[in-house]
Design a binder for this molecule. Structure first.
Ligand code: TXA
Ligand code: MG
Length: 332
């Protein structure tokens, strides 16, 4: 059992001793450890049961502090950080040697971001090192957006969860890399592409696919619930599979006589993103035969939501639709 609280001193003390602490951010909760400590970073991988080829994001309290572990910050990256930090934007940049290879999965770059959460920024300011932090879920499962979610899944393995309330944004950060004069979107996330576009000359969206192994953690079957999730037209899916033992995850419409969670009754994509992972967890806890879900409009945060839904569906695709899938799956 972890202690859940808002004691910054306690959190800082544990991190100084190379213990792990779960931290709130505006996107999802992180599982944080001293980014300069091999011991702390090894524990992160162990607690998450995460494969070592999947690199971690390093969290910092300022662009200046990030210079302590980055080799260089290209002008394009600097301008984006100045504009959008603190915020849900991770930049992949060349790292200095003292960042352990395990943090970056052997790559010579590291992901870095400044989270927009008052409590965590205060914590980072108190520490003489940055924090490596993946999302605080077991590898392959849905990311946590409350302290309680973290407690349910990782509470047995960590001493402290810093409670910063429910996450504002609800999906992970947008990840950008820099190749020559082109900016590559490696992960669609909490920072809408439309908001970035006006500050970037050449932008390419290349989320993980088997032909793009650059973002090693971006496995297709990420964010998967245990219950098979079918993505499509909900009305048609109901006709095919019936209403009994079915959970429905809809965008703004309601589906009577089913167990239905509506993400955003007024059709607001930010609200849908904020509710997405909580709703998936809730439906997943009900032992349903299937979760039926639909895509949301594909702009703004809708792109990140659709990306997560597709990965959830890929992770739980049953081999036979008449049998609920009970197979192990992979994720982040
Ligand atoms: O919103 C977020 O980004 C949350 C909060 C806690 O900050 N963190 C998060 O971390 O989502 P995680 O570990 O679940 O996802 C990190 C992903 C990796 O799976 C990988 O795809 C990408 O970031 N990544 C990290 N370093 C990279 C690198 N050097 N090159 C390419 N991709 C990298
Ligand atoms: Mg993750």
């Amino acid at each position: 059992m972890a202690t859940i609280g808002t004691d910054l001193q306690r959190a800082a003390q544990l991190l100084q001793q190379n213990e792990l602490v779960s931290i709130p951010t505006e996107t999802v909760y992180g599982l944080a450890g001293n980014a300069y400590s091999e011991k702390a970073v090894v524990s992160i991988f162990e607690v998450k049961k995460r494969p070592s080829f999947d690199p971690l994001i390093v969290h910092t309290h300022s662009l200046e502090a990030a210079r302590d572990f980055l080799l260089e910050i290209p002008d394009a990256a600097y301008a984006l950080a100045e504009k959008f930090w603190p915020g849900p934007l991770t930049l992949i940049l060349p790292k200095q040697k003292h960042v352990p290879d395990l943090v970056s999965a052997g790559l010579d770059t590291v992901g870095v971001r400044m989270p927009r959460h008052a409590l965590t920024l205060q914590l980072l300011q108190q520490l003489p090192f940055p924090l490596a932090a993946p999302s605080a879920n077991p590898f392959g499962y849905i990311s946590p957006t409350t302290a309680q979610h973290v407690e349910e899944q990782l509470g047995a393995h960590i001493p402290y969860i810093l409670d910063g309330g429910p996450c504002d944004i609800g999906v992970e950060s947008t990840i950008l890399g820099f190749e020559g004069d082109t900016v590559i979107v490696h992960r669609l996330g909490g920072m809408a592409i439309e908001d970035l576009q006006q500050y970037i000359k050449k932008l390419e969206i290349k989320p993980y696919s088997s032909s793009n192994p650059v973002s090693p953690g971006q496995l297709e079957s990420h964010y998967a619930p245990r219950t098979p999730l079918l993505l499509g037209n909900i009305q048609e899916l109901i006709q095919e599979h019936g209403k009994k033992g079915i959970g429905v995850l809809s965008f703004k419409d309601t589906y009577p006589e089913t167990t239905n969670i509506t993400l955003a009754p007024a059709g607001d994509l930010s609200e849908a993103a904020r509710n997405l992972f909580k709703a998936l967890r809730e439906l997943d806890s009900m032992n349903m035969r299937y979760i039926l879900a639909e895509n949301v409009p594909d702009y703004g945060l809708g792109r990140a939501i659709n990306d997560r839904l597709q990965r959830a569906a890929a992770g739980s695709l049953p081999t036979s639709l008449s049998q609920p899938a009970d197979q192990p799956h992979t994720e982040l």
